[in-house]
Design a protein around this ligand. Structure first.
Ligand code: MEZ
Length: 557
């Protein structure tokens, strides 16, 4: 591809005109003013969450009356993919101590810690082991490791402030106090953090942080964490078995109401099968592929919110699902990169956000929701967005500033993923800015749990993006990679201890699914949807009409 078309090249000139002045001001320590709390509230009116049609009440289940994104409500109000009367629970394909549903960062960390307690584990995952949002995360992982300058206390305040002080204090306390330990753990497993020549960990600011505590591995931090965890899990093959292309479609409870396994769909044979377990960990990740409000997304292909559906049908409440995170900077040019994450690390390293006139309109390090809302406002209300050739609109992220601030070659060295990708499109991001717009990034809320990763259902543990409470109404950068490691580890250890000390086995049942179906009927919900969704459907309507899996057909086999 040949790079920016002439019209965009003409507009880039305006960015170049204002750049020397902006760089000089930054070098003098003069920053674009941060918004006051009141100004932030005003900006947030432009956030997609604040649209009236962004929420609808759920009509059934333990959180009946709770208003959240209609796209999620539709799935919560869908029928099971299976007819519970046709699943034979005496037929058990696999049996294990701890069943981990989800092969991303949280699930794999959980498996490792469970294994250290001497139990057997199965990780069952929808796609391949590691196909998860952890793998897609770029910019970093927060942790207060720099003793004299930072502490979990400051980290705690940042997390609470970012979440509008609505977060569960106990969960945040656990997140931040475990963070330094997690960083050391990852290193001990072989994670390659960015370091100076003398071995000091490199750190940067993220939006909404008062200290530089963002640790990273270039712009592929999530991929490096996932590589490390997956290698380790694969090395413990005697105790950790991995089943790929096997999404869970329903949790199985037992006669005491405890979790006793799950029903799975084998994507290769298209058959259902059962796994019996003494404890289950749900670590299925987020839901960006629901494309809430039509937004493009940074999420991996399988991020369809499956765990929310499974947990909710079994009786776990929902928290903070009324807020959704839109990452302020998703690519909008070229078209084939639309929605792709342009890491916040660019802004942490100093790149400004600019309108069509090359002017700053927001400090680049506001909390994520405020930053995203400011970009939307600049485009939709102020009218100073940059039109793209395909009829979209964006703002500039001035990456070339980074080399001017930190030395020639910094962009290429610190952002190799994006540097290589954009070079393929004919754009050198160390010389030309990128066009960006908010993109659906993170499920701020999810299943209710406590700091031991327990849910109301004995034997059912949860960890990672499927949960709600850690980040309140808005997560800050770098706290999701931390979340998956901290709570994945806790879930794994506690599930194993539960297996050894407290488990009460009993007759397996899917009665809760039948009850849920009954409740749907009583509430007058008319639906042809089935859930969990498993995979997003990008086919055209004619193809969709012919698809077996898009509509309720009872047990397919
Ligand atoms: O925590 C995140 O969401 C993250 C690290 C994203 C990014 O901008 O790189």
């Amino acid at each position: 591809m040949t790079g920016y078309p002439s019209e965009l090249k003409r507009l880039i000139k305006k960015v170049e005109e204002t750049r020397p002045g902006r760089v000089a001001r930054k070098k003098r320590g003069e920053e674009f003013p941060m918004l006051s709390l009141q100004e932030r509230e005003e900006r947030l009116k432009f956030h997609p969450d604040y649209k009236k049609e962004s929420r609808r009440e759920i009509r059934v289940g333990v959180a009946k009356g709770y208003a959240i994104s209609p796209e999620i409500v539709e799935l919560l109000e869908a029928r099971s993919r299976v007819d519970p009367d046709q699943i034979d629970l005496s037929e058990i394909e696999y049996e294990t101590d701890v069943l981990v549903i989800g092969g991303g960062g949280a699930g794999t960390a959980a498996a490792l810690l469970a294994q250290e307690q001497g139990v057997k584990i199965i990780i069952a995952t929808k796609l391949r082991h590691g196909d998860a949002n952890t793998m897609m995360a770029e910019g970093g992982i927060q942790g207060a490791t720099k003793g004299s300058k930072d502490s979990p206390y400051y980290h705690y305040l940042d997390v609470m402030g970012g979440g509008h002080f609505k977060n569960s204090p106990e969960l945040v306390r656990t997140l931040v106090s475990e963070a330094p330990k997690v960083m050391a753990w990852l290193e001990s497993l072989g994670m390659m953090f960015g370091k100076t020549d003398d071995g000091t960990m490199l750190t940067l600011h993220g939006g909404g942080t008062c200290r530089q505590r963002m640790h990273y591995a270039a712009d592929i931090t999530g991929a490096e964490i996932m590589r490390t965890l997956r290698d380790e899990a694969r090395n413990r093959v005697d105790d950790i078995r991995v089943l790929e292309f096997s999404p869970a479609v329903e949790l199985i409870l037992n006669e005491h109401g405890h979790c006793g396994g799950a029903v799975f769909f084998n994507m290769e044979t298209e058959e259902y099968f059962n796994i019996k377990a003494k404890a289950v960990i749900l670590a299925t990740g987020g839901s960006g592929r629901l494309h809430i409000q039509g937004f493009m997304t940074t999420n991996h292909y399988g991020a369809t919110g499956d765990g929310l559906i499974l947990g909710y049908r079994a009786g776990v409440k929902l928290r903070f699902l009324h807020t959704v995170q839109y990452h302020p900077t998703g690519a909008v040019f070229p078209e084939q990169a639309e929605g792709l994450l342009i890491t916040e690390k660019f802004r942490g390293a100093g790149a400004n956000i600019l309108n069509i006139d090359g002017e700053q309109f927001v400090n680049e390090r506001e909390p994520r929701d405020v930053e995203a809302a400011s970009v939307i406002r600049e485009c939709a209300s102020v009218g100073k967005g940059v039109p793209t050739p395909t009829g979209k609109v964006g703002v500039w992220l001035d990456s070339p500033m980074i080399d001017m601030l930190r030395g020639e070659g910094t962009v290429q060295r610190e952002f190799p993923g994006k540097h290589i990708l954009f070079r393929r499109y004919g754009i050198d991001i160390s010389k030309e800015p990128m066009l960006v717009y908010p993109t659906l990034h993170y499920q701020n809320g999810g299943l209710e749990f406590n700091a031991n990763c327990e849910t109301v259902i004995p034997g059912l543990f949860v960890a990672g993006e499927v949960t709600g409470g850690v980040h309140g109404e808005n997560r800050l950068m770098g706290n999701s990679l931390l979340d998956v490691c901290v709570f994945g580890r806790i879930a794994g250890r506690n599930a194993a201890i539960y297996v050894k000390e407290r488990v009460q086995e009993g007759r397996l049942t899917l009665e809760h699914v039948k009850d849920y179906h009954r409740e749907l009927e009583e509430a007058g919900v008319v639906t042809d949807r089935v859930a969990p969704m498993l995979l997003p459907d990008y086919s055209n309507p004619e193809v969709r009409e012919r698809q077996l899996t898009a509509h309720y057909v009872g047990t397919m086999r």
